[in-house]
Design a protein. Structure first.
Length: 388
């Protein structure tokens, strides 16, 4: 699932980038071959890599069908987190205890964080995706939605192929080109692949130590801060100024506590700055997001996925079930798209009319809530929709 919901923030790419996608698929392959050779790949290697590559319509269908991300946080998290998944996570933590000790020592990433990704990405390795990876990457590079992401991944896959670590005919994974138990893209594998089991190979599909160590190194590379938390559930005072919530407002934990914010699971981490997040508005659950939380968005751009993965990591390390509260009714499907259309008509950039409550839509909602004298919590309701 890694990066499955990458935003369309690059829709306004320079013309040169747009020219490197679309058109005849055969001609597009020819252009990739020429560029690979220009980058120093032998012609025979480039020819061998692309010999079996085909456009895959199923990849494009999957790219455009991501309805699960339209679910609100409480429902989404309850779907993904079960007692069985928690129990298997803790069992895997014990099984690979020495590996997690190495990860925590070398990369500073807590085991709960990687266990949560391992669970959500592939259900602890049990299903890693059955899309041909080479086909998926080239299909998405050819598609003009996000060529700036996928075109470089094609050349990274060619490099892995040249090293004997990738077979374009048989390597499979997620529809978006991720490979292995924690779903890493080819360039991430090149930059952060680790031989965790000491067999001289980086095998992310078959070796849990390799996959987990590589995931830990990648998180460190993305900016994970060793020894620091990422998320903590909190209780909010009824008189709180809700306009102070959201990723845009950063205060020290001491300042938040002075405003009446209290933790539900142990003390807050002193000396760190954090933001207050309300995934379903001021009547729903509330969390304090530390700097490490932002690293999650380099793994996946979906706010709901990130919130759930970060929360699940805390559960695996002993936190209690969140207090769901009594959130106001939200918007679904067509109503959410209707809201985005109206927000866009008022001049807001909502990141696309997709029915998904992403960061851009939340920001626009907050602006309109403030204008209308409503609680500024970023949670769109039927009442807001009716006033637009």
């Amino acid at each position: 699932m890694r990066r499955l919901l990458l935003s369309l923030m690059f829709a306004g790419l320079a013309h040169s980038a747009a020219a490197e996608c679309g058109g005849s698929f055969t001609n597009f392959i020819g252009g990739l071959k020429s560029e690979a050779v220009a980058k120093g790949i032998p012609q025979t290697t480039a020819d061998a890599f692309f010999a079996s590559v085909r456009q895959d319509p199923a990849v494009l269908q999957a790219d455009r069908k991501q309805g699960v991300f339209q679910l609100p946080f409480v429902e989404f998290s309850r779907r993904l987190i079960s007692n069985d998944r928690i129990n298997r996570g803790r069992a895997n933590g014990e099984r690979y205890d020495s590996i997690f000790d190495r990860i925590e020592r070398d990369y500073g990433v807590d085991r709960g964080v990687l266990l949560a990704f391992w669970a959500f990405e592939t259900d602890y390795g049990s299903f890693q995706g059955d899309f041909n990876t080479a086909n998926a990457l080239v299909t998405l590079a050819h598609d003009c939605r996000r060529p700036e992401l996928f075109r470089p991944q094609v050349f990274a896959a060619i490099e892995l192929f040249a090293r004997g670590q990738f077979d374009p005919r048989s390597t499979t994974g997620a529809w978006a080109g991720e490979i292995g138990m924690v779903q890493m893209l080819p360039r991430d594998i090149l930059e952060n692949g680790v031989d965790g089991d000491g067999d001289g190979k980086v095998s992310l599909k078959t070796s849990a130590p390799d996959a987990l160590m590589s995931g830990g190194k990648m998180l460190q590379d993305l900016g994970w801060r060793a020894g620091e938390p990422w998320l903590a559930e909190v209780t909010m005072p009824a008189t709180f100024d809700w306009s102070l919530t959201g990723l845009e407002t950063i205060k020290s934990t001491e300042d938040w506590q002075a405003l009446g914010v209290t933790p539900r699971n142990g003390p807050l981490h002193a000396g760190l700055e954090a933001a207050i997040l309300l995934p379903q508005g001021h009547r729903g659950p509330a969390f304090l997001a530390y700097p490490n939380f932002r690293v999650y968005f380099d793994w996946n751009q979906s706010f709901t996925y990130v919130m759930t993965a970060a929360y699940f990591a805390t559960r695996l390390q002993g936190a209690q079930v969140f207090d769901a509260g009594n959130p106001d009714q939200g918007l679904e499907g067509g109503d959410m798209k209707n809201l985005q259309t109206r927000l866009q008509a008022r001049g807001h950039d909502v990141g696309g009319i997709d029915g998904i409550l992403g960061a851009a839509t939340r920001a626009a909602v907050r602006v309109e809530q403030a204008r209308l004298g409503m609680a500024v919590d970023g949670w769109p309701t039927p009442a807001l929709l009716s006033k637009l």
